[in-house]
Design a protein around this ligand. Structure first.
Ligand SMILES: *Cc1c(COP(=O)(O)O)cnc(C)c1O
Length: 224
C-alpha cells in the first residue's frame, strides 16, 4: 500500500524547502491534492492525514467522489480539468473552486448555474502562457475580454490565474504569469491565488509567487 500520509509529508517538506530557497513563507502556499483517477479510499487516507483541498479533472468521476465523501464537510473541492459546456451545471453545483475557465461561454454558464447557491463559485482563469496550440487556456491578449464578462457575473468570485506551463518551461514563463497576476490584482482586489506548480516544476512556480501547487502522482502514485 502506498503511504499517502508519508507522501503528503514529503511534498509539504518540498514546498517548505522551495519556499525557503525563494525567501517566502511556506504558509503562503496551499497544497492541492490532485486525486483524479484515484479511488475514494486513497482520498480518505489523505483526508485522515489532514489534507482538505482536493483537485479533480473528470466531472462524473468527481461528482461520485464528492457525493460519497459529502459527510466530510470541511473538504474543499477544486475542478481543474477542461470544461465542456454541457458539464457546467454539475461543476457549478458540486465544486467550490474552478481553476480552468478559459472562455466566455463557460464563464456565463457557470454563473447561471451557480445562481441557486448561497456562495459564489471561486474561479481562476487558465492562461495558456506557453502559447501551445493544442492546450487549453486563454491567451494573455484575450484576457481583457474574458475579464469584462466576468465582472458582470455576480455568482463568480474572481480569485486568480492558473497555468500549466509547457514541459521544461523556463523560469521566464512562470515570471510572465506572476507579472500578469500582479498587474491584474491592482484592478481586481478579490484576486489572491496564483495556481501553478506541479510535481516537476514546483521550485520554478514557487520562485514566481505561486500560492497554490497542484500535486497528484507524488501523493497518490502514478496514474495508469
Ligand atoms: C493531473 C494534473 C495535475 C497533477 O499532476 P501530477 O503530475 O500528477 O502531479 C496538476 N494540474 C492539473 C491541471 C492536472 O490535470
Amino acid at each position: 500500500m502506498i503511504a499517502i500520509k508519508d507522501n503528503i509529508a514529503a511534498v509539504e517538506l518540498q514546498i517548505s524547502s522551495a519556499c525557503q530557497r525563494a525567501n517566502r513563507n511556506a504558509d503562503e502556499v496551499t497544497l492541492l491534492a490532485v486525486s483524479k483517477t484515484k479511488p475514494i479510499k486513497m482520498l480518505e487516507q489523505a483526508y485522515d492525514a489532514g489534507q482538505r483541498n482536493f483537485g479533480e479533472s473528470y466531472v462524473q468521476e468527481a461528482v461520485d467522489k464528492i457525493t460519497a465523501l459529502q459527510n466530510k464537510t470541511d473538504i474543499t473541492w477544486h475542478f481543474i480539468g477542461p470544461i465542456q459546456t454541457n458539464k457546467t451545471k454539475l461543476i457549478a453545483s458540486h465544486f467550490s473552486w474552478v481553476h480552468s475557465i478559459d472562455r466566455i461561454k463557460v464563464a456565463k454558464r457557470l454563473n447561471e448555474h451557480r445562481s441557486d447557491q448561497d456562495t459564489p463559485l471561486n474561479i481562476c482563469l487558465q492562461v495558456n502562457i506557453s502559447r501551445e496550440l493544442s492546450k487549453s487556456g486563454v491567451l494573455p491578449q484575450d484576457l481583457p475580454a474574458l475579464l469584462a464578462v466576468i465582472e458582470t457575473c455576480d455568482n463568480l468570485c474572481l480569485r486568480g490565474l492558473m497555468a500549466i506551463p509547457e514541459k521544461n518551461a523556463s523560469q521566464a514563463s512562470f515570471i510572465q504569469m506572476q507579472t500578469l497576476f500582479i498587474e491584474l490584482k491592482k484592478h481586481y482586489p478579490t484576486m489572491d491565488t496564483l495556481s501553478m506548480g506541479m510535481s516537476g516544476d514546483l521550485q520554478l512556480a514557487i520562485n514566481a509567487g505561486s500560492t497554490l501547487v497542484r500535486i497528484g502522482s507524488a501523493i497518490f502514485g502514478a496514474r495508469s
